[in-house]
Ligand binder design. Structure first.
Ligand code: NAD
Ligand code: UDP
Length: 386
């Protein structure tokens, strides 16, 4: 018999039944894989789509009796409460979380990220269930330093840009900048969950992901998603590269992001699941502070790496500039810089990310090329023919 797996305090990890809402998305699919391949936990996987986990749902696999898919829209399905009741732990990933939607579908965004999450919190409180809720790094909004004049020396002082869970204020744009509908809805649900912990003793952990990327993120427009929808930057740039067209830099591509490989991030979530005493009552930044690039640098890197993995020649014109209004429409605004402070997660969970920007991009673009390049070519020749 295999030796029991131990938590960070040397105690045996008992198998859990996990109700995972949004399990069919990018993060959910990787978390389900991790739990099926490397643990004894069971998953009640809830989503409106199951395609990204269909490989785990085939009968006859070693984990087949540990995962069940429930095609449920949590907006309007009375089965949700029953599934939460029989679980040991609830993980809520369900959300509208693509920036192109925040200013064009602000009502759907607010309902999805706040209103639809309310019954989940309520059922956890009423049934005494532990909750891991997915929030966002966008909760921080803009950095304090973004309000300093250009080239001001204090811009280089970490006090003006480092994002700390228990200190940094949340700074959003004005209400007509509907980009912030998402961040604001996430902030309110975080505050509500925090208050449920403080007033009613709900056991919770809040996760703030900082640009997790990897295989299965979003969709390629016109291939496995609507041709007129805009996914997050990884899929936008992958699509441009596979089509052989320039990558579009919104407002000059000056914004900065730190990217973390999905598999590193999932290790952190596994530690939260398996170390409740260390994770309960905490808000965790989960990102890689060492992988910072401007969006322009990201475009350059992705172009280099894609040429390597596809064997294509480097295009003469790799990028073009577009305004945010042209690209996203009215009401778009941006976070200028996102560097996660790692003190709390290092202390509580002894976790650190490992994968460099180059390596994560190589793994990811190898996947994008193998999965989509042919289909993108076919879709292009079809649209030329019609
Ligand atoms: P995703 O869109 O791939 O996954 C979300 C899943 O939730 C989708 O499969 C969707 O079908 C499902 N869903 C949405 N509404 C639902 C409903 N009403 N009923 C049932 N299922 C529903 O996104 P993701 O990148 O996996 O993100 C997961 C969570 O992490 C989200 O809460 C998001 O806000 C947060 N997050 C992710 C990142 C990142 O870097 N990927 C960054 C910040 C925050
Ligand atoms: N972006 C871009 N071109 C694109 C898609 C996105 O320049 O084709 C920029 C976007 O304006 C933002 C950054 O890339 O500054 C990251 O966008 P993403 O959609 O991944 O989400 P965010 O990090 O803003 O939540």
């Amino acid at each position: 018999m295999a030796a029991p797996r131990l938590d960070l305090d040397g105690e045996e990890i008992k198998p859990l039944k996990i109700c995972m809402i949004g399990a069919g998305g990018f993060i959910g699919s990787h978390l389900c894989e991790k739990l099926m391949f490397e643990t004894d936990h069971s998953v009640l996987a809830i989503d409106v789509y199951g395609d990204k986990i269909s490989h785990l749902l085939q009968p006859g696999q070693a984990w087949s009796d540990r995962i069940e898919f429930h095609k449920i829209n949590i907006k309007s399905d009375s089965r949700l409460e029953g599934l939460i009741k029989v679980a040991d732990l609830v993980i809520n990933l369900a959300a509208i979380c693509t920036p192109a939607d925040y200013n064009t579908r602000p009502l759907d965004t607010i309902y999805s990220n706040f209103v639809d999450a309310l019954p989940v919190v309520q059922y956890c409180r009423e049934n005494g269930k532990r909750l891991i809720h997915f929030s966002t790094c966008e909760i921080y909004g803009k950095t304090i330093g973004s309000f300093l004049p250009k080239d001001h020396p204090l811009k280089d002082d970490p006090a003006f840009y480092m994002l700390k869970e228990d200190e940094t204020p949340c700074i959003f744009g004005s209400v007509d900048k509907q980009r912030w509908s998402y961040a604001c809805a996430k902030q309110l649900i975080e505050r509500l969950i925090f208050a449920e912990g403080a007033e009613n003793g709900v056991e919770f952990t809040i996760v703030r992901p900082f640009n997790w990327i990897g295989p299965r993120m979003d969709f390629i427009p016109g291939v496995d998603g609507p041709s007129d929808s805009i996914p997050r930057v990884l899929a936008c740039f992958s699509n441009n590269l596979m089509k052989g067209e320039p990558l579009k830099l919104v407002d000059g591509g000056l914004s900065q992001r730190t990217f973390i490989y999905i598999k590193d991030a999932i290790e952190a979530v596994q530690r939260m699941i398996e170390n409740p005493k260390r994770a309960n009552g905490q808000i965790f930044n989960v990102g890689n502070p060492h992988n910072e690039v401007t969006v322009r640098e990201l475009a350059e890197l992705m172009t280099d790496v894609y040429c390597k993995v596809s064997g294509n020649a480097r295009p003469e014109v790799a990028t073009i500039d577009v305004t945010s209004q042209e690209f996203y429409g009215v009401g778009y605004d941006d976070s200028d810089k996102r560097i996660p402070d790692m003190t709390i997660i290092k202390r509580q969970l002894e976790w650190e990310p490992k994968t460099s920007m180059y390596d994560l991009m190589e793994h990811t673009l190898t996947y994008q090329h193998a999965t989509y390049a042919e289909a993108v070519k076919k879709a292009m020749s079809k649209s030329i023919a019609t």
